[in-house]
Design a protein around this ligand. Structure first.
Ligand code: FPP
Length: 277
């Protein structure tokens, strides 16, 4: 079923949330530039349309009762784009944070960020910190914006901080396990992504959540990000719900209930009820 009339939307939400929901969805938002080029307009207009799609997807994710949504809004490597495009993206980010503040508060969404946010322009950094602080205690959807973020950079940063602990004598090399390593990475603070979506017709991770993506289910969509809406998100989740997550076990072990994965049906339904208001 695929429909966008309001009644059908509600029906589709009910259908999806009655089954195992991914706890954490991460999205590589790709295709703003091509969307603009197809229309003969500036790339910055594609990003503006992309910013509207962010609003739509955040609302849809909250409505479904997903616990966490992580969006790749600006990579460490994106600083290398033409100056006017970087400036336009920074303005859009500032605009988004200012305009969404009230809605995030009203809907109990907690906003956080990952990445080297010290590189953001002062005004953007200030509004980001202020919205993060204002929404810190919110218990609903955790919305993480990856800003000036790179998966390799984050792993290197974690390695450096663990090496410093070893040098200080606070940790021995043997004590560095996967769990200890993960604790040194802000992107893993919440949880690994269960479902990673990339739209825009490309098939790569582009340095996004490299550690956390180890067992993520991957979903690729040809739809350019500005056109990516609730229907596309629902499609991705419906496909996810057909998958068997094995985490290295065999299919029959998982079928017998030996599943280390997250999100039982009941948990998903309870969470959906809690986070929707
Ligand atoms: C990739 O598309 C997208 C980006 C580099 C930026 C994503 C930004 C937004 C969606 C809007 C601002 C964000 C927020 C949170 C308000 P691309 O430009 O590489 O597309 P292309 O591959 O078609 O050129």
């Amino acid at each position: 079923m695929r429909a966008s009339a309001p009644g059908c939307y509600a029906l589709r939400v009910a259908f999806i949330e009655a089954r195992r929901l991914p706890d954490h969805v991460a999205i590589v938002m790709d295709g703003n530039g091509r969307w603009a080029e197809q229309r003969g307009i500036a790339r910055s207009e594609g990003h503006r349309a992309g910013s509207r799609a962010v609003r739509t997807i955040v609302r849809a994710a909250r409505r479904l009762g997903i616990s966490a949504l992580t969006l790749y809004a600006f990579s460490e490597q994106n600083w290398g784009r033409p100056g006017d495009e970087v400036t336009a993206l920074m303005s859009l980010l500032e605009e988004y944070l200012r305009s969404e503040r009230e809605e995030l508060l009203d809907t109990k969404i907690r906003l956080r960020s990952i990445g080297d946010t010290r590189r953001l322009p002062k005004r953007v950094g200030a509004i980001l910190r202020s919205v993060e602080q204002a929404t810190e205690a919110n218990a609903g959807l955790v919305l993480t914006l990856a800003l000036s973020y790179g998966g390799r950079e984050e792993i290197v940063q974690a390695a450096r901080s663990l090496a410093a602990s070893v040098a200080r004598g606070d940790l021995t090399p043997d004590q560095i396990t996967a769990e200890v390593f993960a604790r040194a990475m802000p992107s893993v603070d919440y949880a690994d992504p269960d479902l990673m979506i990339r739209c825009g017709g490309e098939y790569r991770l582009s340095n996004f959540l490299l550690w956390g993506a180890a067992y993520a289910e991957l979903h690729f969509s040809p739809v350019l990000w500005p056109d990516y809406g609730a229907d596309e998100l629902f499609d991705a989740i419906a496909v996810y719900q057909q998958r068997q997550r094995r985490f290295g076990l065999t299919g029959s072990q998982v079928a017998r209930g030996q599943n280390p994965g997250s999100g039982t049906d009941t948990e998903s339904r309870e969470r959906a009820a809690r986070t929707r208001s």
